[in-house]
Design a protein around this ligand. Sequence first.
Ligand code: SF4
Length: 384
Amino acid sequence: MESNRSASEHLSSPKAAYIHVPFCHSRCPYCSFTVVANRLDLVDRYVEAVTRELTALGRPNTVNTIFIGGGTPTLLPREPMLRLFEMIRQWLPLAGEGEWSIEANPQDVDRELCLLLRDQGINRISLGGQSFDSAKLKMLGRDHTGDQLASSIDIASQWFDQVSVDLIFGVPGEDMQVWMSDLQAATSRGISHVSTYGLTYEKGAQYWSQLQKGQLVAVAEEIELEMYLYAIETLTQHGMNHYEISNFAKPGRECLHNQTYWKGDAWLGFGPGAAAYVDGTRSVNHRSTLKYLQRMETGQSPVAESQTLDWPMRTRERFIFGMRQLKGVDWSSLSSSGEPKSVEAIAQQLPKHIALGFMEWKEGHIRLTPQGLPISDSLWLDYW
Ligand code: SF4
């Protein structure tokens, strides 16, 4: 009997691709992403390296979704940006009705950029807005103002049906009033999607060390919780579907690309620090942009780490990531294709969390309740 895969489990071929663009003007103090600040001198080498990675596919891989994230992809000068897009179209042709997203800095968004992106086939723009409040943006070290975010939304929504905005809450010094104004500003504009996150203090970020030294005071957990619940209430009242722990969308405007991750489907990844998940193996490219470039230029693999997930691990991940979706996990699908002992172990934990009011059954799906949503991270340990 095959131990690593069930007869009914289908390891999908990648239908999604992520391309990481590491360039930023400067590093924001809360950011620990793979980023190089003020190094546009590396752009040509970067485009060449990603081209090599794409060429290594051997033949074009048709995908349903492409996501160009960063970093700040819209910081790329036009000529190398167009070369990158051309390579992406050549090696990752987008299926009809496919979704092609790009992250954009509000400061970079103007009519000319929107026309260029649309002309290249991009049909979804995700603005790294974070806030409409200029003092909060300053605290976050962002280089745009609240007015610039508002105007970038107005411009982008003239050219794109799908405009998403990231909003951060729980920034030191922020109170409910500021957060309420942010949500009000977001809902009064032509946005189809909102991703909202509580500020986290990641090791490696300037904020993390400032917090350790007592130079920053984090917003109290109860206030953060109140902010999260207020976001759910406000955004859903304005016709947005709360479809994932941190994501809200107008009907039919959910981000298809991110659903790949939550469903446990395969995806390709390109660029420094990019992760990929293919044939049950998860891999991550070198996070250092220079190291990534050197490796690509000397014919070496860009991969820094990889791990092949066995069938039980895939089953548990499918459950945990799937539970991030508000609709939850389709139990008959998990139990028919998951590894039986893992499915049984998951099933044994459920009654406890249902009794505590954190999970519930709905139409054949097990899902988080409104009480379970804010504390969901603390539940998953029981399912590993
Ligand atoms: S938060 Fe965004 S803009 Fe700021 S450094 Fe990180 S990737 Fe760049």
